[in-house]
Write a protein that binds this ligand. Structure first.
Ligand SMILES: NC(=O)c1ccc[n+]([C@@H]2O[C@H](COP(=O)([O-])OP(=O)(O)OC[C@H]3O[C@@H](n4cnc5c(N)ncnc54)[C@H](O)[C@@H]3O)[C@@H](O)[C@H]2O)c1
Ligand SMILES: CC(C)=CCC/C(C)=C/C=C/C(C)=C/C=C/C(C)=C/C=C/C=C(C)/C=C/C=C(C)/C=C/C=C(\C)CCC=C(C)C
Length: 677
């Protein structure tokens, strides 16, 4: 059964009410006044328990000169820039509201756009071809000029509205959304191809996803399909393969649970394992749907922009109040209201851990609801050709809209003049200037390395008080003979063998994705890809000689592979035809993420999402995007952060409505709320 999730306010309320009735869960419906009261009761501050270039053979990098496939990609990006221009319109739903700023108005008039009736199919992975529908022509009358200086001090006039540091999904979504609104953007990426941790790499006929292959927000339903929407904004639609099972859990006590795409099948399976907790299971997941439906009814834009925010409160008061009520809450507390069985609560911990790397007591309820429901509402869908196709399509779309992306462009400094971010300096000495700078590097990298300030701004101190760096991963990318993967094996597995206490320990649990189960074109015939990963801390890999480091990689990887062989795939070791091991150092080096972290995790019990910073920073003109911004880790989460960031930046540069007075009031209020977390 698909529950709720309709755009219409009444329909979405009806959907959840029906779901609650069908599952015997209570349907809680607060009047606005009651909700306000509840929200502010939740916001009363409570004591907060307080509790952080290497030698490397990387699986993620092959110098382009040695890798014809990467060369081919670079050539295709270069060719892309020179494609003849055709004026076209993206998707109506993502077009900005009428701009107020004179520059913006002028731009609009000068850049007529023609409607595109159908999005074009985008190339996926290496096998795809670009259809190249065209580009928005450059405006010869740009109002804001900035200066690009090369290493020899020569100057060239440029006219960027925004510079984006990094081309992860967060940075690319922010950049493309701005480009669609008429801004001219420059993306600077230190690596050879776009995508960051959602990139790809190729070896001996295998196309590997660098990171996760589980794609939320990639359906054609509702308002929360943010990856689909981000691609649609640049006129792209990727072909996807529906995954019938989000994940197959293999847990202590021989507990095996498959999260089926169909919600009713998943719920029936879970109830069959815990029949005595039927009511608790229904109530907990119904509460998740309540939040998901509220989220799904909103138009998602910047929560730091008061005109939009008050508009949403006016249009969907109950949904907004529902979200405000759950904003400071965590999934584990809500689960404990309904569920008593310790093993079932541990299962809910595992459900949260796979998306947040922390247990349910530390996972914000809004984030948990988002993933626990989207997998059934829109389902998990895998892009044909691999996850890397998403970033490639966004990067192509950006260039087609007259913006620019530079690879091998390593930003080492954000230039601040008179307290305002005005540009960036690269490791080769080049400097670029723009009205705004958006950093897709983590907040730790942005404020620890790229911005040199005497004192960390209060906001960042507060962020570091509440959040620490999540551990990194040890990842093993393998090509194996297909005989080792039985027919009907699910694509994604989570394995925790004997002891629930190991859930959050380094190397305690194992994630496995076999994307070739869905898309066989990622491997050569009669082969599969196994992407195995487990949490690992950089401290474990520091201070080793090259030889010791390599030996340790081999040792640790073999242990993980043996565990997998025992649990799921007998004969796994002898079936391996290709194996590459990445450590936290690999993630640090190739993604420029401090300690190789995959984003922030709360230091203690958080107040839900309340403490997460949005996109603005204490430095005027400087914004952050990506997983160390609201709502946190995850490809769909960083896509949302990109959408929010682009809206706030667009308002600040005059491409969207804004009210300086309301802005100041809202930003102060949000800052105050964050301090309470
Ligand atoms: N757990 C997984 O397996 C997995 C896999 C893929 C994606 N993800 C999700 O994606 C999220 C990250 O997405 P994101 O968009 O925030 O970041 P990202 O790390 O994917 O991308 C950041 C990009 O910025 C570039 N960069 C960083 N510093 C730079 C600098 N100084 N100069 C130039 N370029 C620089 C990096 O090379 C990288 O391409 C993660 O939190 C994670 O949740 C997770
Ligand atoms: C402002 C104030 C105060 C108030 C207001 C109120 C309101 C209106 C509010 C609103 C809110 C909102 C809108 C929110 C939103 C949110 C969201 C969208 C969220 C999202 C989230 C997401 C997420 C978190 C996701 C995640 C994911 C992930 C991480 C994934 C991962 C995966 C993996 C790792 C895979 C696994 C694998 C295997 C098992 C193999």
């Amino acid at each position: 059964m698909d529950v709720g999730g309709r755009r219409d306010n009444r329909a979405s309320k009806g959907g959840i009410q029906k779901a609650c009735q069908e599952h015997g869960a209570p349907y809680l419906h607060y009047r606005p006044a009651t909700s306000f009261l509840l929200v502010f009761i939740r916001l009363i501050p409570l004591p907060n328990p307080l509790s952080e270039r290497c030698q490397e053979i990387s699986p993620y990098a092959t110098p382009s000169t040695q890798n014809p496939l990467i060369n081919q990609n670079l050539v295709s990006f270069a060719a892309n820039r020179t494609k003849p221009a055709m004026l076209r319109l993206g998707f109506c739903s993502l077009l900005p509201s009428p701009p107020l700023h004179a520059d913006a108005l002028r731009r609009r008039r000068l850049e007529p756009v023609l409607p595109s009736p159908e999005p074009r199919r985008c190339a996926g992975g290496r096998r795809g071809r670009r259809s190249g529908l065209g580009t928005v022509g450059r405006n010869p009358m740009r109002a804001v000029l900035s200066v690009e200086r090369d290493g020899r001090g020569e100057e060239r006039k440029e006219d960027y509205d925004a510079i984006v540091i990094g081309s992860g999904i967060g940075g690319l979504v922010a950049a493309t959304q701005l480009a669609v609104k008429g801004a001219r953007v420059l993306v600077l990426e230190k690596y050879l191809i776009p995508g960051g941790s959602s990139g790809y790499y190729e070896r001996d006929g295998f196309t590997f996803d660098v990171g996760s292959s589980v794609m939320f927000g990639f359906s054609d339903k509702g308002n929360l399909n943010l990856i689909t929407q981000a691609l649609a904004a640049v006129g792209c639609k990727m072909q996807v393969i529906p995954d019938p099972t989000t994940v197959h859990f293999h847990l202590p006590g021989e507990l095996s649970v498959r999260v089926h795409r169909e919600y009713s099948e998943f719920i029936s399976e879970l109830i069959s394992k815990f029949p005595h907790e039927k009511e608790g299971i229904l109530k907990f997941y119904s509460e998740c749907w309540r939040i998901f439906n509220a989220l799904n009814s909103l138009e998602l834009k910047s929560l730091e922009e008061p005109i939009y925010l008050s508009g949403q409160f006016f249009k969907k008061p109950l949904e907004c109040l529902t979200l405000a009520y759950y904003l400071p809450q965590n999934a584990g507390d809500i689960a404990r209201k309904f569920i008593k069985d310790p093993q079932l609560l541990s299962f809910i911990d595992a459900e949260c851990f796979i998306v947040s790397t922390v247990n349910s007591l530390h996972t914000p309820m809004i984030n948990a609801s988002m993933v626990l429901c989207d997998r059934h509402f829109g389902g998990i869908n895998y892009p044909v050709g691999g996850v890397g196709g998403i970033a490639k399509a966004l990067a192509n779309g950006l260039v087609e809209r007259g913006s620019k992306i530079l690879y091998k462009a390593y930003v080492t400094r954000i230039i601040i003049e008179h307290g305002r971010a005005v540009g960036v300096r690269l490791s080769d000495g080049r400097e670029f200037f723009a009205k705004t700078v958006i950093s897709n590097a983590t907040r730790w990298d942005t404020f620890g390395k790229l911005v040199k300030v005497e004192d960390l701004p209060e906001e960042e101190k507060n962020f570091q008080r509440i959040y620490v760096k999540a551990p990194s991963f040890l990842s093993i990318h393998m090509g194996v003979k297909d005989t080792v993967v039985p027919r009907n094996t699910d694509c994604h597995h989570f394995i925790l063998e004997d002891d629930w206490a190991n859930l959050e320990k380094p190397y305690g649990s194992i994630f496995v994705s076999i994307p070739t189960v869905l898309d066989s074109s990622l491997a050569s015939e009669r082969h599969h890809i196994l992407h195995i990963f487990t949490t690992s801390c950089i401290e474990d890999w520091k201070g080793l000689s090259r030889k010791d480091y390599e030996e340790k990689k081999e040792l640790v990887a073999n242990k993980i592979i043996s565990r997998l062989e025992n649990k799921l795939f007998p004969g796994l070791k002898s079936s391996i035809v290709l194996k590459e091991v990445g450590t936290p150092k690999t993630h640090r080096r190739f993604l420029a993420r401090d300690n190789g972290t995959y984003g922030p995790i709360p230091r203690g019990i958080p107040k839900g999402l309340l403490g997460m910073p949005f996109n603005t920073t204490a430095i005027a003109g400087l914004y952050c995007v990506g997983d160390s911004c609201f709502p946190g880790q995850g490809v769909i989460a960083v896509a949302f952060s990109g959408i929010m960031c682009s809206h706030r930046v667009a308002a600040d540069i005059g491409l969207e409505k804004r009210s300086p007075v309301l802005d100041a009031a809202l930003l102060r209020l949000l800052g105050w709320l964050r301090k309470m977390a």
